[in-house]
Design a protein around this ligand. Structure first.
Ligand code: ZN
Ligand code: ZN
Length: 200
């Protein structure tokens, strides 16, 4: 009978096929988790190494962890249904907005899954620059709608400046002109000196 080729666990961080002696940390971490999860752990006779073959969770071999290419994860702080992450390493992703490659860094992963408690299969879809732009746009939207709730005559000069700044960012020329005219009118009625100066 033909013997099938023995399958090895492939370190998701360095992509090397590793033997169980080269991933002691990951195996012992998984055993700890399983012991907590199953009271009858000893009766189960789980081949822990097998669980790492074709795995879809994050872990790393001992060399990656020693070289700090990957950092250890803390499963007890994560939200997961089947397997937690046992390590974090930098992953390259593609931004859904600008299509550029960006890094989902190991420390950022730790923060996402252990401090922010995001579900462990969550991934960022936008690069840092696009994320900042989107956040900025949301902020401007909120700011603008808060100011525009007011009666036009109650809007202060500072707020008008803010509106102009936002519409300038958005390249809304007509809106910029409109609010510049209101600001000009407001300033001249508040400060007669401006009016006089303009007339000279
Ligand atoms: Zn590795
Ligand atoms: Zn982007």
């Amino acid at each position: 009978m033909k013997k099938g080729k023995r399958k090895y666990a492939k370190c998701p961080s360095c992509k090397a096929e590793v033997h169980k002696t080269e991933m002691k940390m990951a195996i012992s971490e998984m055993e700890k988790v399983d012991k907590i999860q199953y009271n009858h752990y000893k009766d189960l006779k789980i081949d822990t190494y097998n669980s790492f073959i074709d795995s879809n969770f994050d872990w790393a071999c001992d060399i990656c962890l020693e070289d700090k290419k990957a950092i250890k994860a803390n499963p007890s702080l994560q939200n997961y249904s089947w397997n937690p992450n046992y390590a974090y390493y930098d992953s390259q992703l593609k931004c859904r907005n600008c299509n550029s490659d960006f890094i989902f860094a190991k420390k950022e992963k730790k923060y996402w899954f252990e401090s922010l408690k995001f579900w462990i299969d969550s991934v960022p879809v936008h690069c840092i620059i696009c994320r900042k732009k989107i956040r900025q746009l949301k902020l401007e939207n909120t700011m603008l709608s808060d100011i525009l709730k007011k009666d036009e005559t109650d809007i202060s000069s500072d707020e008008l400046n803010k509106i102009i700044e936002i519409y300038t960012n958005w390249e809304k020329e007509e809106r910029v002109k409109y609010y510049q005219a209101i600001l000009k009118k407001k300033n001249s009625s508040l400060n007669p000196w401006v009016k006089t100066e303009i007339q000279i």
